[in-house]
Design a binder for this molecule. Structure first.
Ligand code: HEM
Length: 205
């Protein structure tokens, strides 16, 4: 079985799929207090934070695929990019639902007020809304139908990742180190792309 072969994908795709579900499985065990686990004293906050972090982690993982493929020559990595992107969307939907249902009790007036009055929520909301068209157009059929427009549309992922990292940084009350680490990883992933763009257009400093 060689990487890139049909047998390889048949085995690894379900494995990666299940691996990406691990955070949700662990949080479910904690939520239902199984296997001696629990979400702690503030379960809603814990869920909100964990889903938000996993959403951002999956966004960054999705953005890692292209540079990693280029450096290693492992073209088969590309076949996992869509799954990672859709998992980012999945965890961000769970993050939003935790906020809207468990934290705000589906009080639309409160949610709208929060989105308008709290800048970090405004950023998160913009990121979330921008992710929806990307998720909807992630199928092969849509890719074919949209052609070059698909590539342009999916460049929005950079804006979404910036909004997500900024939203994280902005809501931290005390220790900003972790949020800064996420922001630095994102900056590196964007810098690699800019560097390539410059070298492709023959631009040199
Ligand atoms: C691209 C979309 C989004 C990403 C990547 C994202 C990510 C994150 C991350 C990483 C955190 C910090 C978790 C921690 O401190 O451990 C967070 C917190 C939070 N997010 Fe999001 N988020 C997004 C969208 C949203 C949306 C749409 C809402 C609500 C409308 C929202 C509401 C919140 C709230 C209320 C917190 C917690 C703030 C606090 O504890 O004071 N987020 N988010």
């Amino acid at each position: 079985m060689t990487p890139g072969s049909k047998a390889f994908y048949r085995l690894t795709k379900p494995l990666v799929f299940l691996l990406c579900l691990l955070p949700l499985s662990m949080l479910s065990l904690q939520a239902f207090e199984l296997a001696d686990m629990s979400l702690g004293t503030n379960p809603v906050e814990k869920l909100l934070h964990e889903f938000g972090r996993w959403g951002l982690k999956f966004l960054l993982l999705t953005l890692t695929v292209t540079p990693l493929r280029r450096w290693t020559g492992w073209n088969w990595l590309l076949r996992f990019r869509r799954m990672l992107g859709l998992y980012a969307f999945f965890y961000i939907v769970l993050h939003f639902l935790t906020y809207a249902v468990l934290d705000q009790g589906l009080e639309f007036a409160l949610i709208i007020e929060d989105v308008i009055k709290r800048p970090y929520i405004t950023l998160g909301m913009i990121g979330f809304v921008l992710l929806i068209p990307l998720a909807v157009t992630s199928t092969r059929g849509m890719m074919r139908r949209l052609g070059k427009r698909w590539v342009k549309l999916h460049r929005l992922v950079y804006v979404i990742a910036i909004l997500g990292a900024w939203h994280f940084y902005w809501q931290v009350k005390l220790d900003t180190l972790e949020a800064l680490v996420y922001a630095m990883v994102l900056a590196a992933l964007l810098a690699v792309r800019l560097d390539r763009l410059k070298s492709l257009s023959g631009f040199r400093h």
